[in-house]
Design a protein around this ligand. Structure first.
Ligand SMILES: [Zn+2]
Length: 315
């Protein structure tokens, strides 16, 4: 018997922590499970990320409702992955915002991604029958999208920093409070998932752009909130290092199997104990192998292809 497939054997409930990052700025972290957030405007709320099902999302909203009863005008989704978007219906938001590419990716591969992620991470899909279908954005943008929060609260700026974790990631930036919600473009002490990534661009121009905002507080896609310049730099630096090691090791390998072994050996000492490390690595290496061999856009993951790659690479 090899290792259990992806996170299929990870059934232990994670502890959720609600944090108030500044007045009216909230984050919910969960020991390496996907993070979510919310920003209070003068007379409405902006929610960031939707979790995997409406039932999971309603639990988050119940905690948020202990702090504010403002109506949810915007739901912002950082990218198309199922565990971030399929809970959207619980928010009853007036507007669902994503990057242009995210809408295209949902149309192109949303169904397959749903099946793939459900099999990889079943625990995150609380009452999966509560999902009404794919989540469709109602407003999209290519470079930036600014939401005026009203009063003296300043703006919330949604920005595309280039291709990275996916083709259409966005970050949410509060210039006044210098707080960034980075989605899966940055992880803080959680392994990276790069199965749909553009490693070369992400590790260079895209992370340079993310860093250029000069955030003082950063909420990554998974893991703890980075507080203060040093922790923010460390989270971005760790993300960059993880990608650089992958690029070096996969680039030096003569086969995809060798690429997996080399990458595992090189990353394991620093990152092996971080959430979803073993889960992600076969998918990550498979995608990077493709990228370095001229396959421009990530191939679509299906539940079947997931199993094939897992059986081929995970010993
Ligand atoms: Zn993702």
């Amino acid at each position: 018997m090899g290792k259990p497939f992806a996170s299929s054997a990870d059934l232990g409930e994670k502890k959720q922590s609600m944090e108030v990052l500044a007045e009216g700025v909230y984050a919910l972290t969960a020991e390496g499970d996907p993070n979510v957030g919310a920003i209070e405007a003068e007379d409405f709320l902006v929610c960031f990320e939707a979790l995997a099902t409406p039932v999971a999302a309603r639990e988050w909203l119940a905690r948020l409702r202990e702090h504010t009863d403002k109506p949810i005008r915007y739901l912002v989704l950082s990218h198309y992955h199922a565990v971030r978007v399929l809970g959207a219906s619980a928010f009853g938001a007036d507007v669902i915002v994503t990057h242009d590419k995210t809408r295209e990716l949902i149309a192109e591969r949303g169904e397959q991604d749903w099946a793939s992620e459900y099999a990889r991470m079943p625990r995150l899909f609380k009452e999966p029958e509560s999902i009404p279908g794919l989540t469709w954005p109602t407003a999209t943008f290519s470079d930036t999208f600014t939401i005026d929060l009203g009063g003296d609260r300043g703006d919330l700026v949604l920005a595309h920093c280039g291709r990275g974790h996916t083709e259409g990631d966005l970050v949410a930036w509060l210039p006044k409070q210098r707080i960034m919600f980075a989605g899966d473009l940055v992880e803080s002490q959680a392994a990276l998932y790069t199965g749909d990534a553009f490693h070369l661009e992400w590790s260079a121009a895209t992370l340079d752009k993310v860093a250029s905002f000069g955030a003082r507080t950063l909420v990554g896609g998974r893991g703890a909130v980075a507080r203060g310049r040093q922790e923010v730099d460390a989270a971005i630096g760790q993300t960059r290092d993880f990608l650089a090691v992958m690029l070096r090791e996969v680039g030096a390998a003569g086969s995809v199997k060798e690429a997996f072994e080399r990458t595992h050996r090189a990353l394991e000492p620093r990152y092996g104990s971080w959430p979803i490390f073993e889960h992600c690595l076969p998918f990550n290496v498979s995608r990077l192998w493709d990228e370095l061999h001229g396959i421009e856009r990530p191939r679509i993951w299906t539940a079947e292809r997931d199993r094939e790659v897992w059986d081929q690479l995970q010993p």
